[in-house]
Design a protein around this ligand. Sequence first.
Ligand SMILES: Cc1cc2nc3c(=O)[nH]c(=O)nc-3n(C[C@H](O)[C@H](O)[C@H](O)COP(=O)(O)OP(=O)(O)OC[C@H]3O[C@@H](n4cnc5c(N)ncnc54)[C@H](O)[C@@H]3O)c2cc1C
Ligand SMILES: NC(=O)c1ccc[n+]([C@@H]2O[C@H](COP(=O)([O-])OP(=O)(O)OC[C@H]3O[C@@H](n4cnc5c(N)ncnc54)[C@H](O)[C@@H]3O)[C@@H](O)[C@H]2O)c1
Length: 468
Amino acid sequence: MQHFDLAVIGSGTGNSLIDERFADWNVALIERDETFGGTCLNRGCIPTKMFVVPADFAASPPHAKRLGVHLEHRGSDWNAIRDRIFGRIDPISEGGLDWRQRSSNVTVFTGEASFVDAQTLQIGDDRISADNIVIATGSRPRDLHVPGFEDVADRIYTSDTIMRIPDRPRRLMILGGGFIAAEFAHVFAALGTDVTLLNRSEVLLRGQDREVSEQFAALIGRRVRVRLNQKVSSVEKGSKGDIVVVTTDRNGVEYEYFTDAILVAVGRERNWEALNLSAAGIDVNVDGQIRVDAHQRTNVQGIWAMGDVSSDYLLKHVANAEMRTVQHNLLHPDDPVETDHRYVPSAVFSDPQIASVGATEEQLKAWGNPYVVARQRYADVAYGWALEDEGHFVKLLADPRSWHILGAHIVGPQASTLLQPLIQAMSFGQRVDDLARGQYWIHPSLPEVVENALLGLLAAHRPAELDR
Ligand SMILES: Cc1cc2nc3c(=O)[nH]c(=O)nc-3n(C[C@H](O)[C@H](O)[C@H](O)COP(=O)(O)OP(=O)(O)OC[C@H]3O[C@@H](n4cnc5c(N)ncnc54)[C@H](O)[C@@H]3O)c2cc1C
Ligand SMILES: NC(=O)c1ccc[n+]([C@@H]2O[C@H](COP(=O)([O-])OP(=O)(O)OC[C@H]3O[C@@H](n4cnc5c(N)ncnc54)[C@H](O)[C@@H]3O)[C@@H](O)[C@H]2O)c1
């Protein structure tokens, strides 16, 4: 049996862990998928955003029209878009595997890892042991079981498969109302597909500040058919070779939709089952989330976990932060660090785009936290006039005692970019007044919408002690 200093399970964020500081370590890297590099690179963040950019172009004519420019979306070449994206990504994945296979200190195992005991892993016919084991096995699309799915299985997709389809469907039914549903609704609608977004609950992007999710639903609802509070009860082949989706609302009323393809986007499951965690005595929550402490340690000495399989956040920047914690703690066992999960931002790259960090207004109310709130419309700053903006805004929540930002929520163009100074302010404890007036804001740039939101907070609620 081969023995290693370190075994890493999963080639997504797990692969990034093994940097040059581990050159003296004998490392095993185990990946069960034929594709190397994990979700973000191959079927997650990166390809989706590479689809969003052409979609943004395709969706631009109505925006341009408001400015007096007559553009026409005369069609998009799905094959060209898809092949450009994967023509860039696939070589990165293949090159990454090739490079790893040639590294002198890393042995790549292709196969599914499962624990034999706390220091031993079985991978197919190979059995290896390691002093330290890092679990970075990520997550996968959650299955949805609907009567009739098996009859149209060749036209049911998940985020893993839909980006590589040979032809863009004329009609697409998206099941779910979260991040993935929101992003693909934009992509396919912009490129010309007739999209229906069907969600079980009454809220899209649940978990966002309520005003943001309501505005998102209103704006995306102009471009795709949004149906809330409906559950799919069955699916069958239609007489014209299409798919008939039968849904039921809360009152038991049935509806029928006709579509050419279905995208199931109802959340993700953590990849824990195959690991045989009980053989190593590793604690796991009921939903398969491996339990870790702030140092990314599981309850078993020498076994670590990071990323989607253990994190509260299924986000790549969080997986990366957790990975840096594990790296440090492996290299400096006497000086361990913790992952900072205080201000985790996220963005939904749809149209409209959404970005947020910190608490929502609903959470602050529920927690009984005192707060002040300000809203700033894009339409009321100079760059918003240039955009002839309609319906986008920044919403800020702050603590009226400390004047620290408690939550920031943006719906509109460049939301993810605009949010960054607010994340920085929260992370470094900057106060609203310092952030607003302690620096220049370039005029007349779009970030003035953030500046004005900050000034709005102060104008509405400025305490006397902040007057200078
Ligand atoms: C469509 C989509 C879009 C996304 N967009 C964004 C975005 O814009 N921004 C963002 O921050 N996040 C985004 N995410 C989330 C992000 O992709 C994930 O949070 C991140 O990739 C998780 O990384 P990971 O290393 O934990 O897992 P993964 O990258 O999934 O890696 C886990 C690897 O482990 C392998 N594996 C699993 N079990 C075993 C086993 N037993 N043995 C061997 N190998 C195993 C898997 O095959 C996989 O390759 C998106 C996700 C999806 C699906
Ligand atoms: N831009 C980004 O950062 C980005 C993009 C895509 C995905 N992600 C990550 O991936 C995660 C998964 O995305 P997602 O959109 O699949 O999940 P999600 O958790 O964001 O949303 C799941 C949706 O499915 C619905 N749902 C759940 N079970 C259902 C059922 N049985 N029937 C019908 N509807 C059901 C929920 O009501 C919800 O609307 C996200 O939470 C996010 O962390 C991030």
